[in-house]
Design a binder for this molecule. Structure first.
Ligand code: UGA
Length: 479
């Protein structure tokens, strides 16, 4: 919305939220989220044509176009628990819009929703709206990634708008297209029917997650064979049909979107009587049986028994923990391990589904003392994330949260040097740029020996670190 305000000075944009505290934060100098470049955009537009308000009903009532960007988490209980999207917030937003609208409105689905949600929303709007007030619903999924949001919005690969194929539907699509056309080249604004737009969002995230799962699966094979996953990914990505982007092997993907959206896609396939298609997509996050010996750590993290099926993305995280423990002489009990990076990726403070949570829980389960440093994640957030129970989609119950004793094994440091002081090992879990240029000789000097580095993001020059004296493990690389 801030970028729309920036690019369309004659359009008044009001961001509304029922949380007054959140709105206060948006109106203050300390915005409630960290996103490079966002401060600047907000500073330029706020008070001009960008406003933040908790007077939801008034502003929705006055608007011509209403973007609905409420969250759509995975359902925790009831029908479809663990897979289906929870549309409670969406439904109440639609009911509120219907109640306050006194003029025609274009209602835009910005939240990621299951395909066919627009049909349900249309029914709610049409049945609850006042006489003579018309609604057109559009699907306009968001493709920005966190950490690069402003860049992605200013120069998107594409903007997608889906609408009804009626005269009124086409007029609504055109109205929204005119907004984006102020800065996005015409050929990048795609218009489709409603269902294609809704499904394209889930499909795009499923394809992206699939690339990471594919390269991560290859990384395990690289480690077993002496191949280097960076060389393999480079060679594979040079094929223009495949492309070079999004092939970085890692400790696993995180974030609030991929897992949730694929689970949702799987559920939609199941509901449409397509179990083969559902199973195909399950493989991206839910994988295969593997031998008991490799499941020791998974057992610790998820309380699973050997030979149980686990998710392939989780396999990558447990493989990492396994590597840390086995290389440190099969025990990390009482040893200090520095964790550099807790956010799910660089340039964000977001920790939702971050692989760091599972890796830290795995290390703590083996009685390590974990010292965490992340430039954008607060101590409170770390403690909250580690104390939280995990929702397991195969067993829709909340697994046990960490015990108070386990929480005492965690500390949060103010910089990387402090985190690594007296540590036996360093785990790099987020690819923050500053981790590439740390003074690793200084870190080595302050650590217990032998000093280990486990690079879960392949950001350090392993050879240089070995020259200093470190024992270095990277993802998918020969030792
Ligand atoms: C993702 C999509 O990339 C966006 O296009 C989409 O709009 C967004 O979800 C959404 O649905 O809202 P985001 O979750 O912000 O964006 O972040 P990504 O850049 O996709 O990264 C997701 C995870 O994959 C991170 O943990 C990242 O470190 C990891 N990753 C990414 C890899 O491990 N390897 C890669 O090559 C790329």
């Amino acid at each position: 919305m801030a970028v729309i305000a920036l690019k369309c000075p004659d359009v008044e944009v009001v961001v509304v939220d029922i949380s007054a505290a959140r709105i206060d934060a948006w109106n203050s100098d300390a915005l409630p989220i960290y996103e490079p470049g966002l401060d600047d955009v907000v500073r330029r537009c706020r008070g001009r044509n960008l406003f933040f308000s908790s007077d939801v009903e008034r502003h929705v009532g006055e608007a011509d176009i209403v973007f609905v960007s409420v969250n759509t988490p995975t359902k925790a209980r009831g029908l479809g628990a663990g897979k289906a999207a929870d549309l409670t917030y969406w439904e109440s937003a639609a009911r509120m819009i219907a109640a306050v609208a006194t003029s025609d409105k274009v209602v835009v689905e910005k939240s990621t929703v299951p395909v066919k949600t627009a049909e349900a929303i249309e029914k709610i709007l049409d049945h609850n709206g006042r006489d003579g007030v018309g609604f057109q619903i559009l699907s306009n999924p968001e493709f920005l990634a966190e950490g690069t949001a402003i860049r992605d919005l200013l120069a998107p690969d594409r903007v997608l708008i889906g609408g009804r194929e009626t005269a009124a539907g086409r007029a609504a699509v055109q109205a929204l297209k005119d907004v984006y056309a102020r800065w996005v080249p015409e050929e990048r604004i795609l218009t489709t029917n409603l269902w294609s737009a809704e499904l394209s969002k889930l499909a795009a995230n499923a394809f992206l997650a699939q690339r990471i799962s594919s390269v991560n699966a290859m990384s395990a094979l690289c480690e077993a064979t002496g191949a280097d996953v960076a060389e393999v990914a480079y060679a594979v990505g040079k094929d223009s049909r495949i492309g070079a982007k999004f092939l970085n092997a890692s400790v696993g993907f995180g974030g609030s979107c991929f897992q949730k959206d694929i689970l949702n896609l799987v559920y939609i396939c199941e509901c449409n009587g397509l179990p083969e298609v559902a199973n195909y997509w399950k493989q991206v996050i839910k994988g295969f049986k593997f031998p008991a010996i490799a499941t020791t750590m998974c057992k610790d993290i998820y309380s699973l028994t050997p030979f149980q099926v686990i998710k392939i993305n989780d396999y990558q995280k447990s493989r990492f923990v396994n590597r840390v423990v086995s290389s440190m002489f099969n025990t990390v009990a009482g040893k200090k391990i520095a964790v550099l990076g807790f956010a799910f990726k660089k340039d964000t403070g977001d920790t939702r589904e971050t692989p760091a949570i599972d890796v830290c829980k795995g290390l703590i389960g083996d009685k390590a003392k974990v010292s965490i440093y992340d430039p954008q994640v607060t101590e409170d957030q770390v403690q909250r994330d580690l104390a939280m129970s995990k929702f397991d989609w195969d067993h829709p119950v909340h697994l046990q949260p960490m015990s108070p004793t386990a929480i005492k094994q965690v500390s949060v440091a103010w910089d990387a040097y402090e985190a690594a002081r007296d540590a036996h090992g360093v785990c790099i879990l987020t690819e923050w740029d500053e981790f590439r240029s740390l003074d690793y000789a200084r870190i080595y000097g302050g650590m217990q020996k032998p000093a280990f580095v486990f690079d879960g993001r392949n950001v350090v020059d392993a050879e240089k670190l070995r020259e200093i004296g470190f024992i270095v493990y990277s993802i998918g690389k020969p030792l």
